[in-house]
Design a protein around this ligand. Structure first.
Ligand code: ADP
Ligand code: 5GP
Length: 216
């Protein structure tokens, strides 16, 4: 584990759980602190929603192009979700981590499992909606999916939520302000893991060793 690499955050939830909103809010805070966080833009075969833009929300591609990328080994992970293909390209993630940028992935539980296998120190966060009724309300209020798409997402939500114990942290996204604080706390805590603290801790340890030697 290389302490100079950026941190990889996997944020999963059922659709409408609020992961995109939370990630964007925490990224704004990080940017204000002078960091360079990056939101990984996935590839998908799903058609764009009215408010979505190619290259901003997703890279929208057809199935043939997606499959070509699979065969070429260009994906860090990919999965079929709600009857569409979604994948995280290596190009979105690897160079940035090398350069020390923190990278946020908004992906489903199948993808989270695949990333865990290849990036074991990735920090995995699962976002829960506060209730079924509220998740339905948010999906409808978002106004981006038709009724059939919303029903499919609600139907699949239970299966996805049952996997929460595979994650390092669980956030219940009831009040947005509190949930944002919770995700910001996870980001801060991740930086306190021993391999991240090694350089600073080592300097203090060496100072102690010198002091103890002098007293001997
Ligand atoms: P996801 O990325 O998980 O699909 P979004 O971030 O798009 O979910 O959130 C779904 C909808 O719910 C959006 O319209 C968003 O503004 C809204 N939302 C997210 N979190 C909250 C919250 N805590 N309270 C009220 N509305 C929320
Ligand atoms: P939506 O169609 O609502 O944008 O996303 C549907 C689901 O696909 C969400 O759970 C979202 O996290 C997931 N998803 C988005 N991008 C990716 C990706 O690159 N890989 C995987 N495995 N899931 C993704």
């Amino acid at each position: 584990m290389d302490a100079t690499r950026g941190e990889l955050f996997i944020v999963a939830s059922p659709s409408g759980g609020g992961k995109t909103t939370l990630i964007r809010r925490v990224m704004q805070e990080l940017a204000a602190q002078g960091r360079e966080p990056h939101f990984s833009i996935s590839h998908t075969t799903r058609p764009p929603r009215p408010a979505e833009r190619h290259g901003v929300d997703y890279h929208f591609v057809d199935r043939a192009s997606f499959q070509r990328m699979v065969v070429a080994g260009e994906f860090l992970e990919f999965a079929e979700v709600h009857s569409n293909l979604y994948g995280t390209s290596r190009a979105e993630v690897e160079g940035r981590l090398e350069r020390g940028c923190d990278v946020f992935l908004d992906i489903d539980v199948q993808g989270a499992r695949q990333v865990r296998a290849s990036v074991p120190d990735a920090v995995k966060v699962f976002v829960f909606p506060p209730s079924y009724v509220e998740l339905r309300r948010r999906l409808v209020a978002r106004g981006q999916d038709d009724e059939a798409a919303i029903e499919l997402r609600l139907k699949n939500a239970v299966q996805e939520m049952r996997e929460y114990a595979e994650f390092d942290f669980v956030i219940i996204n009831d009040r947005l302000e509190e949930a944002t604080r919770a995700l910001a706390s996870v980001v801060a805590a991740a930086r306190m893991r021993p391999f991240r603290m090694r350089a600073r801790v080592q300097a203090i340890l060496e100072e102690f060793e010198r002091a103890v030697k002098k007293e001997d």
